[in-house]
Ligand binder design. Structure first.
Ligand code: BEZ
Ligand code: FE
Length: 281
């Protein structure tokens, strides 16, 4: 069989060039990628103009990336690829809290705050008390769990999106559980917001007749010695975007009824227990 390129054997010809010394995992990934890429191009009979548009789109996506903007991750998010990778890598037993998309707005080094302290520094929004427990899959409290939380403000922006308007670490904080596994903090009831849509990904969504909105949520990154790290959100029940999250992050068990708090000065109450999976290796 000749090694020259032909339409009929296009993928095989490219795959055959992979050297014998290539890393086996890389070989597997690239073989599958080339097979699917060629299959896709054949399936839609891609025109040269469409190929140029695709290259232009990817070039622009790369140019849009900076220290504070990751347009490629956004592309992965809106195509459901981030959630699929998350699902495949977190096949946890049923009692465990489900993970969801990380998103681009986490900031390392948020202040460690006292239990019950407020994370809202701009004084905007409807007050809300968040509380619950961090448990293992047998229902025992997990002590020493770090509960790192972040959310948008009442105007629908994260502090890092408005560095000249919001105080640093607005609506962020880290809380460490004691022996009872409990966490509690004050913040504001999150509001729905659009993902950044002023770049190529936003234009792609518009061309596909899709909106860029995410339903209101509070982010949680929970870590404890001996347990798998949990990256998740809780979503506000009743939000109009629960069924059409731009990044497909919603799961039934992560939707929480925000109720009026017993103490009216607390405003709303969101109660949620997180269940961590013990690390096996
Ligand atoms: C977020 O929830 O912060 C987010 C997730 C994915 C893309 C954009 C934002
Ligand atoms: Fe978010």
């Amino acid at each position: 069989m000749s090694g020259y390129f032909s339409e009929a054997r296009s993928a095989e010809t490219v795959i055959d060039r992979i050297g014998a010394g290539a890393d086996p995992r890389l070989r597997r990934i690239m073989t599958s990628l080339i097979t699917h890429l060629h299959g896709f191009i054949k399936d839609v009979a891609l025109t040269e103009k469409e190929w140029e548009q695709a290259i232009g789109f990817l070039t622009e996506t790369g140019r849009m990336c900076s220290g504070t903007r990751q347009e490629f991750i956004l592309l992965s998010d809106v195509l459901g690829a981030s959630m699929l990778v998350d699902a495949i890598n977190h096949r946890w037993p049923a009692p465990a809290t489900e993970s969801t998309v990380f998103g681009p707005f986490h900031v390392d080094g948020a202040p460690v705050r006292q239990m019950g302290e407020s994370i809202s520094l701009d004084g905007k929004g409807e007050p809300c008390l968040f509380r619950g427990r961090v448990l293992d899959t047998d229902g025992n409290p997990v002590a020493g769990a770090s509960v790192d939380v972040w959310s948008d403000n009442a105007d629908g922006f994260y502090d890092v999106q408005q560095p000249d308007i919001q105080p640093p670490f607005n609506n962020r904080g880290v809380f460490v559980t004691g022996e009872d596994g409990r966490y509690a903090f004050r913040g504001v009831k999150p509001v729905s917001y659009p993902i950044p849509s002023d770049g190529p990904v936003g234009r792609m969504l518009a061309a596909l007749g899709r909106h860029p909105w995410r339903p209101a949520h509070m982010h949680f990154l929970i870590g404890a010695p001996g347990f798998e790290r949990l990256i998740t959100h809780i979503f506000v029940a009743g939000d109009s975007y629960l069924d059409s999250d731009a990044v497909f992050g919603v799961k039934d068990r992560l939707i929480v009824d925000f109720k009026p708090a017993d103490n009216p000065t607390d405003g709303w109450l969101a109660e949620y227990d997180f269940v961590l999976v013990r690390r096996t290796q």
